[in-house]
Design a protein around this ligand. Structure first.
Ligand code: T4K
Length: 368
């Protein structure tokens, strides 16, 4: 086992024969993209699965986020309050829309935006809040909506990690003005590459359709300036196949999450984010906090695991605000919790098919 590489995750895939059988019709129709049959079918199935009124499929999570923000037509140089404790896509999507990110600190309890610090960052230039349901941990959606209503701001959730998560029994895609999911190969649900925007206002569907389809509305009619961010049929079929196995995959993840926790609780200095009973989790990731009470630092543990062929990841270090492309370009905000977390967080290998003995092996190294 020591020679077998254990990576941070492994893509879920349907049985090979099933996917091959499912893509056969494409050799008859030769219809491979541009909102084909399977694109439509997946859009409908996902609306049901996520319990959302409207959904637009996209080529990946990044473009879904970029276009979700673009759909609201914010004036150039407006400010958007967001968090730096995320994948760099969140910040890229804001900046590529010619908007200015204003970085808000996060909560130590779950790594999501600290809603009590948002109001202090609002100026007359603020137009939106882009919070992140990091690792599938749910932001304080109620408090965020109250602030947004008070100051007339849009809320666009980066829900890339939160596919299938429910809060108080309601699908997470129902909160805010829009929520963006990623269906990347590394996610709980994947379409190889893919993503979607969920929302309730049908006008947004039209906007997103134009943005993702070059503004084309007829053979001789282009009504808007758009790009190309459509999901293709191979990806949509992968999604349809994977969707059938998703409930089973979630069960497996839940069981492995519990097993990991039980074992790790015996180790001094290893901590977890707080549980919230009102959240139905998707167990997308397995983040741990390597506190100062542990016998080595987060970085030392990362290295030690690597020496033993266990490839954990420092999701998310450095903070996006500290990345070379953003550093010193935007307002300086107090980010003490985010900075502390990014130095102490470690995402351990976690996926549906991870063997229990691999978990024992990882925990063994950590105990050593
Ligand atoms: N917002 C947030 C909060 C996000 O986390 C992300 C993406 C986005 C927005 C944007 O969504 P997308 O545009 O990506 O749909 C990975 C993913 O590429 C990225 O989707 C994800 N977040 C981010 C957190 O993780 P890397 O650079 O760490 O991936 P990589 O290539 O190192 O892969 C990690 C491990 O996954 C590998 O060690 C093995 C496994 N893997 C990877 C690939 C590519 C597979 O099993 N199969 C695969 O095909 O970014």
């Amino acid at each position: 086992m020591a020679n077998e590489k254990i990576l941070v995750t492994q893509s879920s895939m349907p049985p090979y024969e099933e996917y091959i059988e499912a893509i056969k019709p494409l050799w008859e129709s030769h219809w491979l993209t541009n909102m084909g049959t399977y694109h439509k079918e997946l859009e409908e199935e996902l609306k049901q699965y996520l319990g959302v009124p409207e959904l637009s499929l996209m080529v990946n999570g990044h473009m879904a986020l970029e276009m979700a923000i673009q759909a609201f037509d914010f004036p150039e140089d407006s400010e958007v309050i967001t968090t730096p404790f995320t994948f760099v896509s969140t910040t890229h999507a804001i900046v590529r829309n010619r908007l200015k990110p204003v970085f808000c600190d996060v909560k130590m309890s779950d790594g999501t935006i600290d809603e009590t610090k948002i109001e202090d960052l609002i100026t007359e230039k603020t137009v939106a809040i882009v919070p992140v349901h990091v690792y599938g941990n749910v932001c304080n959606v109620e408090a965020i909506q109250e602030i947004a209503d008070k100051y007339n701001l849009k809320v666009i959730y980066d829900a890339a990690h939160a596919f299938g998560v429910k809060y108080k029994g309601v699908g997470i895609g129902n909160y805010g003005d829009a929520s963006v999911f990623s269906f990347h190969a590394t996610k709980v649900f994947n379409t190889i590459e893919g993503g979607a925007v969920a929302f309730s206002d049908h006008k947004i569907y039209e906007k997103l359709y134009n943005l993702k389809n070059s503004g084309i509305r007829g053979e001789e009619l282009v009504v808007a300036v758009g790009a190309n961010a459509k999901m293709n049929e191979f990806a949509a079929i992968m999604g349809l196949c994977n969707l059938k196995y998703l409930n089973h995959a979630m069960e497996e993840r839940k069981m492995k999450d519990a097993y990991y926790r039980e074992k790790l609780r015996q180790i001094q200095g290893i901590q977890f984010f707080e549980d919230d009973l009102e959240i139905e989790k998707n167990h997308a990731y397995f983040p741990i906090i390597v506190s100062d009470d542990y016998s080595m630092t987060r970085d030392e543990l990362y290295d030690r695991l690597k020496e033993n062929n266990v490839f954990s990841r420092k999701y998310f270090y450095p903070l996006t605000s500290d990345q070379a492309c953003f550093r010193n370009k935007y307002k300086k905000c107090e980010l003490n919790n985010a900075r502390w977390l990014s130095k102490h967080i470690l995402v351990l290998p976690f996926y549906e098919k991870l063997e229990m003995e691999n978990i024992d092996h990882i925990v063994g190294i950590m105990k050593d």
